[in-house]
Design a binder for this molecule. Structure first.
Ligand code: C5P
Length: 404
């Protein structure tokens, strides 16, 4: 199930007899490629020890809100920001009540308040407790806030009774969790994404290139697949696995990327140019390795084709999205680029320490003709999902303007 590959999941465990099933869930989530951190309430530790979860997840287990050691490792705010999904298994009646009231008296409830990521809970309790009006009111309240409620099932319970309140099995919870990432906001559209650097040969051994890792473009392509789009990825040389993307075309130079894009573009609705295409190439590629003994005083460069500019200039051009990496005057440079290249949108990032090129995290300011939005520093995967949401909104708006 590719949708969980690389997803960062906080598994919150609250006090209930089904806490032991959360242990199975850890193994299943990891098997599906998710990266897990476990947060337990005090009551949960009475059912299963933190040591069990630590052994299963190979990571420290978080139990305290105010703990000097964990505060330095990852604070509640960092954990809340880190997560792509918060999954609470099992969710007790008590936890659900505290969550409905927005209490933040322990680590797990505080993380739930501090996150902007989806939260899903798998209730587990005695059937009378589940059917109680108070619990039902609390469930209605949190589901109105967009919290996913997974189950419960009807059946035989640990207390010997029969009825609703039985927690779903780990396999069903995993399926549900994966589906949360499937947004379908771009169903039916065909997307072309470029990613990574290009390499411009100087001789058979050497080339000019840049530090792009390709991570942003790959994350955007995966987020587009999750949005239901039909995605083609054209990639420069990178060290990455394409997750969930069926059609990947590998290229090396800017000229090859240009040819490849032009070959695909006629059937495309949205073009996202995330590649760090080299701006210059050697005017002449030496057929033989240039010898050290040779006196090479200059390398004559020429411009590579601007792929994005060519695409936006096409008759019947797709919706075009560019990227701009800037070291200064981010806003004005990005907006100027958007107008010069006649783009529908541009995602600009300030290149610097810990972010941007060759880093796991990034922050973006996205501009379109009538507005902009800042996407603060976070993982490239999370950023990509947010960017795809903005692209879908603007793309749909442009299309509805066309038809009216
Ligand atoms: O002009 P600049 O290189 O800063 O523009 C960046 C944007 O243009 C990116 O979206 C990049 O993918 C695209 N680009 C391109 N072909 C080039 C150079 C940049 O498509 N030769």
């Amino acid at each position: 199930m590719y949708r969980l590959v690389g997803k960062r999941i906080i598994l919150g465990v609250t006090g209930g007899i089904s806490a032991y099933k959360a242990a199975f869930l850890v193994r299943l989530l990891r098997k599906n490629g998710a990266d897990i951190r476990i947060v337990m309430t005090q009551n949960a530790t009475k059912f299963v020890t933190p040591l069990t979860f630590q052994a299963l997840s190979s990571k420290s287990v978080y139990t305290e809100l105010l703990d000097l050691d964990t505060e330095t490792a990852m604070s509640h705010i960092e954990l809340a920001r880190w997560a792509d999904l918060i999954l609470i298994v099992p969710a007790s009646a008590n936890f659900i009540a505290r969550y409905a009231f927005g209490l933040a008296e322990d680590l797990l409830s505080t993380i739930c308040l501090a996150t902007d990521s989806p939260v899903a809970i798998a209730p587990s309790m005695n059937q009378q407790m589940w059917l109680n009006v108070a619990t039902q009111d609390n469930i209605k309240k949190i589901s109105r806030r967009g919290i996913h409620i997974i189950g419960p099932a009807i059946g035989e319970q640990a207390c010997g009774e029969d009825g609703p309140g039985r927690m779903l099995e780990p396999e069903e919870i995993v399926k549900y969790a994966a589906n949360i990432f499937q947004t379908d906001i771009l169903t039916g559209s065909r997307l072309l994404v470029t990613a990574g650097p290009t390499r411009e040969a100087i001789d058979p051994i050497r080339f000019l290139s840049n530090r792009s890792s390709g991570r942003m473009g790959y994350a955007v392509a995966t987020a587009a697949v999750e949005a239901g789009a039909d995605v083609t990825l054209i990639s420069g040389p990178v060290n990455l696995q394409a997750i969930g993307i069926d059609k990947v075309i590998n290229v090396t130079s800017a000229a090859e990327m240009y040819e490849s894009v032009m070959h695909e573009i006629s059937s495309i609705d949205i073009f996202i140019s995330a590649a760090a295409v080299a701006d210059f190439r050697a005017q002449r590629i030496s057929e033989q390795k240039i010898k050290k003994s040779q006196d090479v005083n200059e390398l004559i460069l020429e411009k590579t084709p601007d792929i994005l500019f060519h695409v936006s200039g096409l008759h019947d051009a797709p919706f075009t999205v560019g990227f701009a990496a800037e070291t200064e005057d981010l806003e004005s440079n990005a907006q100027e680029k958007m107008f010069l290249k006649n783009l529908d949108m541009i995602a600009a990032n300030q290149v610097g320490e810990r972010k941007g090129i060759d880093s796991d995290e990034n922050a973006l300011t996205v501009f379109w003709k009538t507005g902009n939005e800042q996407l603060p520093l976070t993982s490239k995967n999370k950023l990509a999902r947010h960017l795809i949401k903005l692209i879908a909104q603007q793309y749909n708006e442009k299309n509805s303007n066309k038809t009216h």
